[in-house]
Write a protein that binds this ligand. Structure first.
Ligand code: FCB
Length: 450
């Protein structure tokens, strides 16, 4: 038996641009993802989030379905340009109304709202595509956090500032694979700093409006394991860990930027002006105390000595059946190791798994059934790993499966399906997959039977 603690938050996760659609409706402004997705060649299937799952018009039915499945908590994101079309200043009342309705509907159904403020929808009105390279954007984000916490704080007590700062900075500004599509190490590290700073400022803004709020960020974790028993592979794993995990988590937990990585980046020429973007007091602001840390984890990184910082190497060390449709290795031990490590190393008050899941391209049969046994198996293994971590003392308070619906998977468009609910994009019909019913039973018994 794998029974979870009482009041464990069994949730599902989504983000606004990936599901809402309605990008030009009711006064919403333009985000860097709207613009990026419309540039030919940026999204592999040429698609955009213009319509996505049409959740903006279908949120009520979608929440009904969550309730039928017994979902206890819903992590969604609030689209910044829907609330502040110009990034700051004038508030779009229609945007506030939309999220008010969504939140009220969730509460009516007994589902706890867990909004994320930044799931990558930076308004273009703030310095065009490169907003995060500008310090000023951190202050604009704090204003956005203040507007949202003032509007929804009477009912919403759980707040996530940033989703995956590594993606918002490095994947977007160093690797150029996500909006704004820049490839420049110095800009990426500058953007990373402004994002971290904006997190601290947002925590302060939310705390001011909602003294009893629970607030945290949701960084992503792809822990490195050396591919071979060599010094060089272990070094590759250390550098990866610094680049992906410690560069973000050390500052968030008050340790400043990791010295070994500052040294490495300087040697590589990535910090020609040193840490000149760090002003007095920034590191204290970034380390503003939080109530939890969110962990987004899907796979591990297999660190090879000759592939330093190769972000998506094909994992040819495992058989194909151990890969998901993303070509990500299924490695549940990474979840257990990461939960234990974060707990022992940083001592957060609480941890939520804010994203975990897998893409498989299963479709409905004639009867509408979607047999996605591979997803059930993935989720089961990861939920067991989470349970093992609790047994080691980790204060894990919730698990949010990614994702409730199949949706727009960023640079891969609609070629991936992460949902426990299948979406037919032609008809917008929803089909709960076998995994959705399986998850309902997990929630019902607060764990796994065996
Ligand atoms: C994470 C993102 C999320 C989704 C999953 C598959 O990196 O936060 O939006 O794309 O990966």
């Amino acid at each position: 038996m794998y029974t979870f603690p009482e009041n464990f938050q069994w949730g599902v996760s989504t983000s606004a641009y990936q599901i809402e659609g309605a990008v030009n409706e009711d006064g919403r402004g333009e985000s860097i993802w709207d613009r990026f997705a419309h540039i030919p060649g940026k999204v592999s299937d040429g698609s955009t989030g213009d319509v996505a799952c049409d959740h903006y018009h279908r949120y009520a039915e979608d929440i009904d379905l969550m309730a039928e499945l017994g979902i206890k908590a819903y992590r969604f994101s609030i689209s910044w340009p829907r609330i502040l079309p110009n990034g700051r200043g004038e508030v779009n009342q229609a945007g506030i109304d939309y999220y008010n309705d969504l939140i009220n509907k969730l509460l009516e159904k007994g589902i706890t709202p867990f909004p994320t403020l930044y799931h990558w929808e930076l308004p273009v009105a703030l310095h065009g595509m490169e907003g995060w390279t500008q310090r000023d954007t951190a202050y604009a984000f704090a204003e956005f956090a203040a507007v949202c916490s003032a509007a929804f704080g009477d009912r919403v007590k759980h707040w996530i500032t940033h989703n995956e700062p590594w993606c918002a900075s490095m994947l977007s500004h160093q690797l150029g694979m996500h909006a704004p599509g820049i490839r420049d190490w110095t800009k990426a590290l500058t953007a990373a700093h402004h994002i971290l700073l904006s997190h601290g400022l947002a925590v302060q803004a939310i705390r001011k409006n909602i003294p009893d709020a629970e607030i945290g960020a949701a960084p992503n974790f792809e822990p490195a394991y050396p591919a071979t028993d060599t010094h060089a592979a272990r070094e590759a794993a250390r550098i990866w860990d610094g680049y992906y995990i410690r560069w973000f988590n050390d500052p968030l937990f008050g340790r400043g930027y990791p010295a070994d990585m500052v040294h490495f980046y300087k040697e590589e020429g990535y910090l020609p002006y040193g840490l000149n973007f760090v002003l007095d007091g920034d590191m204290e602001t970034i380390a503003e105390p939080c109530d939890f840390v969110g962990i987004n984890l899907y796979t591990r990184h297999y660190a090879k000595e000759d592939e330093l910082l190769d972000v998506f190497p094909f994992p040819d060390h495992v058989p194909l059946e151990e890969l998901t449709a993303m070509n990500w290795e299924i490695y549940p031990q990474a979840l257990q190791d990461t939960l234990c490590r974060i707990w022992f190393e940083y001592r957060p008050k609480k941890i939520y798994i804010t994203e975990n899941g897998c893409s498989y391209l299963d479709h409905p049969d004639e009867s509408g059934r979607v047999d996605d046994q591979r997803r059930v198996s993935y989720l089961e293994k990861h939920i067991k790993a989470a349970h093992n971590a609790i047994a080691c003392g980790v204060p894990l308070a919730g698990y949010f499966q990614w994702s409730f619906l199949d949706n727009f998977e960023w640079g891969l468009g609609y070629t991936q399906r992460f949902g426990i609910v299948y979406v037919d994009y032609e008809t917008q019909q929803r089909y709960p997959k076998d995994s959705a019913f399986w998850y309902r039973d997990v929630i019902g018994r607060n764990g796994l039977a065996e």
